[in-house]
Design a protein around this ligand. Structure first.
Ligand code: AHR
Length: 524
């Protein structure tokens, strides 16, 4: 399991120079007012300079059998006193449908390499009860298995992404899971699926071949894992026309020793994707961050961007490596978690605050700016665990609250499937105004993130090669970085309309300290 970064790593992350800061100085024109708490920043959006498509999969999610993410969070069971849709928590499904979930990864995380898919099919009452060895040794009844996961994906309109067990399983077991899911009919496994209620194949395209194989997924060296990957991949087959996208277990952060060892060990074998995990660690409890730790955590995003650029370059340096998608399938803030909260609400239960929303905004802006280098990104995790979109008050709790991170994601929705275009903004390393933009034929979307806790920004944004009109903005902002949406006050931090001025090729707006704002405008 990758741990939050140590203090030493925070400092090296803080020293990192962001990619935009590496642009020539003359591209920037910065006017600072005398008042240090209000600064003018000039930004240029090059509307004709395309980066790549903002794949909806950049806004992907992840659910693991961990704490109250699945059991009690998303899955309350058909006989629950809580409102549910055949066992799924109704309120959670409604909120997630509103947001849109392009892709959903399951069942882990570390859990995946101890999961045997046959434990989660067939009549629920007959499923074996297993100890979750990674996350607290509690007993699971297996009532949420493959059919329940696919059912959730269908409710949400999400593409399923299944993480296969390499650490404690065999190529044969993974091959059979694929056949069970994807073979149309007539084989023993596909007929078993039909008998279990799903005659239609699940057509699962995304398959992870192990998770964190350098750690909880087998504690391997890269060459050992590469050898195993090749064994597994031979037996992962396209059934019934569902082409597979296999994701090999990649590095933690910017660990090039692992990525190079993996690529060297793969020989001519090329997976469709290589994963990468990057958590931005926090020194404090999520709702009581100190000023210094706030800055340290947000500064790591410069390092995240560098690592994406770097890891992409490593893959590209191999023959046909350019065809391998970079899949950031775990990312987000990982703060210090109090034991009392874990006892009450489940393992790794963490609140999202205004700080977390800014962190989400910094991450999602990076994905837009680096759209040509990424294939998919999955925030960890969807409900109740780490940087979640929703929190519930424990497995039996009736409250289900949209976190600040949920709302940060909602502000990025207009970017989905548009084409990212280049932006030039002053970005004093490692913490500066963060900007990204995307466009279609008729619409331009720009998101600004102000990560400063002590300075409001006046943003003057010039649009090159395009005239804009009818701009509308939404902002998520709270001057208190520890502000959050609680069970008593679920709407403390929500997006609001925000005034802007749009004229010909210019947009101007105020960007208060700690805010994420998206402007959507017509462009011609
Ligand atoms: O998301 C929590 C854990 O973090 C996952 O199980 C593991 O893959 C990572 O270390």
């Amino acid at each position: 399991m990758s741990r939050p970064l140590s203090r030493r790593n925070f400092i090296s992350a803080a020293a990192a120079v962001s990619a935009t800061a590496l642009l020539p100085k003359r591209l920037f024109s910065v006017a600072s007012t005398a008042n240090a708490s209000s600064v003018t920043r000039r930004v240029t959006v090059r509307a004709d300079s395309e980066v790549g498509v903002v794949r909806p999969e950049f806004h992907g999610h992840f659910v693991e059998h961990l704490g109250s993410c699945v059991y009690g969070g998303l899955w309350v069971g058909k006989n629950s006193r809580l409102p549910n849709i055949v066992g799924y928590r109704k309120q959670a499904v409604e909120y997630l449908k509103d947001l849109g979930v392009p892709v959903l990864r399951w069942p882990g995380g570390c859990f995946a390499d101890d999961y045997h898919w046959r434990d989660g099919i067939g009549p629920a009452a007959k499923r074996p009860r297993r100890v979750n060895i990674h996350w607290g040794d509690y007993v699971e009844d297996g009532s949420f298995g493959t059919h329940e996961f696919i059912g959730l994906c269908r409710l949400l309109g999400a593409q399923p992404y299944l993480a296969g067990n390499v650490g404690s399983s065999t190529p044969h077991e993974l091959r059979d899971w694929i056949e069970y899911c994807n073979y149309p009919s007539g084989s023993t496994l596909s007929d078993e699926r039909a008998a279990n209620g799903s005659p239609e194949p699940f057509r699962v395209r995304y398959w992870g071949v192990g998770n964190e194989s350098w750690g909880c997924g087998g504690n391997m060296r890269p060459e050992e894992y590469a050898r195993l990957y090749r064994d597994f991949a031979v037996y992962c087959r396209e059934f019934g026309g569902t082409e597979l996208f296999l994701v090999a277990s990649g590095p933690s952060g910017d660990d090039t020793r692992w990525s190079r060892g993996l690529m060297d060990g793969l020989g001519w074998e090329r997976p469709q994707g290589v994963s990468m995990h990057y958590y931005t660690g926090g020194e404090d409890l999520s709702t009581s961050f100190s000023r210094d730790h706030l800055n340290e955590q947000l500064a790591i995003y410069a390092k995240v961007e560098e690592s994406i650029i770097h890891q992409r370059a490593v893959l590209d340096s191999y023959e046909h490596g350019g065809d391998v998608g970079l899949v950031l399938d775990e990312w987000g803030v990982w703060d210090r978690i109090p034991e009392e909260d874990e006892k009450r609400y489940g393992k790794l239960w963490q609140q999202s605050t205004m700080r977390s929303a800014v962190a989400a905004g910094l991450g999602l802006n990076i994905f837009n700016r680096q759209a040509d280098k990424l294939y998919m990104c999955n925030i960890a995790q969807m409900v109740n665990v780490l940087q979640s979109l929703l929190v519930t008050d424990g497995p039996e709790g009736e409250h289900c609250v949209r976190t600040t991170t949920y709302y940060a994601f909602s502000l990025f929705k207009p970017h989905r499937a548009k084409t990212a275009v280049r932006v030039e903004a002053e970005a004093p390393a490692p913490l500066g105004l963060s900007v990204s933009a995307s466009r279609s034929d008729k619409e331009l979307v720009v998101t600004f993130v102000n990560p400063h806790h002590d300075s409001d920004l006046q943003v003057e944004c010039a649009i090159k090669e395009g005239n804009v009109s009818d701009g509308k903005a939404q902002i998520l902002h709270d001057p208190d970085w520890n502000a959050f949406n609680s069970f008593d006050n679920p709407d403390r931090v929500v997006p609001k309309q925000h005034p802007i001025s749009t004229k010909e090729s210019r947009v101007e707006l105020e960007l208060p300290r700690l805010s994420v704002a998206t402007v959507v405008m017509s462009i011609r």
